[in-house]
Ligand binder design. Structure first.
Ligand SMILES: Cc1cc2nc3c(=O)[nH]c(=O)nc-3n(C[C@H](O)[C@H](O)[C@H](O)COP(=O)(O)O)c2cc1C
Length: 199
């Protein structure tokens, strides 16, 4: 698939078939996705891959039974692979405290950063992953962990210096696709978002 076609045709997928990806397929997706730009080449984005029973544990943690009946995308729970995307914020001041970056002052701590590049780096990796999954014929959804963050940490032994960015569900697209709530908003016109010369 041409890159521009992949970008234009990718959509979030919220219904999956249960059949899984192979370990080489997962490794291939993540191995390419992580080849993203990274501030100072800090490369602090990491993944926790859940398959098999661990997927069930994730949903038991974030969407316990009583709430499942009214869940809008039941076939999201069929996704055979969940990739938790994480980053290490403290790696950035560490990297920017090195001699070649010291003059930025960003080595002082995460609070010195007007734009937290750890989130930016993670976003670049996630977009790679979504596009690669689409290109390979899979579907994928990035979704938030929200207030389940502490419970997910506890369930999967995630250390406190790791910041969770969100979860990417990956699998073969299922037949029950339902648009996300935000999709009807449509895209803003190019003229509305591109400013030339002066804002
Ligand atoms: C940072 C971010 C967070 C998102 N969180 C969720 C989420 O929690 N649940 C969900 O169903 N979709 C989520 N989405 C998907 C958006 O709703 C979706 O990308 C948007 O409506 C455009 O649709 P498309 O990606 O299919 O083109 C998220 C997307 C981004 C970039």
């Amino acid at each position: 698939m041409e890159l521009r076609d992949a970008i234009r045709t990718r959509r979030m997928v919220r219904s999956f078939r249960v059949d899984s990806l192979t370990r080489p397929q997962i490794d291939d997706l993540l191995g390419s996705a992580r080849r993203a730009p990274s501030a100072g080449n800090t490369s602090a984005v990491e993944f926790l891959v859940l398959t098999g029973d661990d997927v069930g544990r994730y949903w038991d943690t974030t969407l316990p039974e009583p709430r499942r009946a009214s869940f809008r995308w039941p076939e999201l729970l069929d996704a055979p692979v969940l990739v938790l995307v994480a980053t290490r914020p403290e790696a950035y001041p560490d990297r920017y405290g090195e001699p070649d970056k010291e003059r930025t002052g960003l080595g002082e701590g995460t609070e010195a950063w007007s734009v937290p590049y750890w989130w930016v780096d993670a976003g670049m990796v996630v977009q790679n992953l979504l596009l690669l999954a689409h290109d390979a014929g899979f579907g994928a959804l990035f979704f938030g962990i929200f207030d389940h963050d502490p419970a997910v940490r506890e369930a999967f032994g995630i250390e406190s210096d790791v910041a969770l960015v969100g979860t990417v569900a990956i699998g073969h697209p299922g037949s029950g696709q339902q648009p996300g709530r935000s999709q009807s908003r449509g895209r803003r016109l190019l003229d509305e978002v591109v400013h030339h010369g002066r804002w």
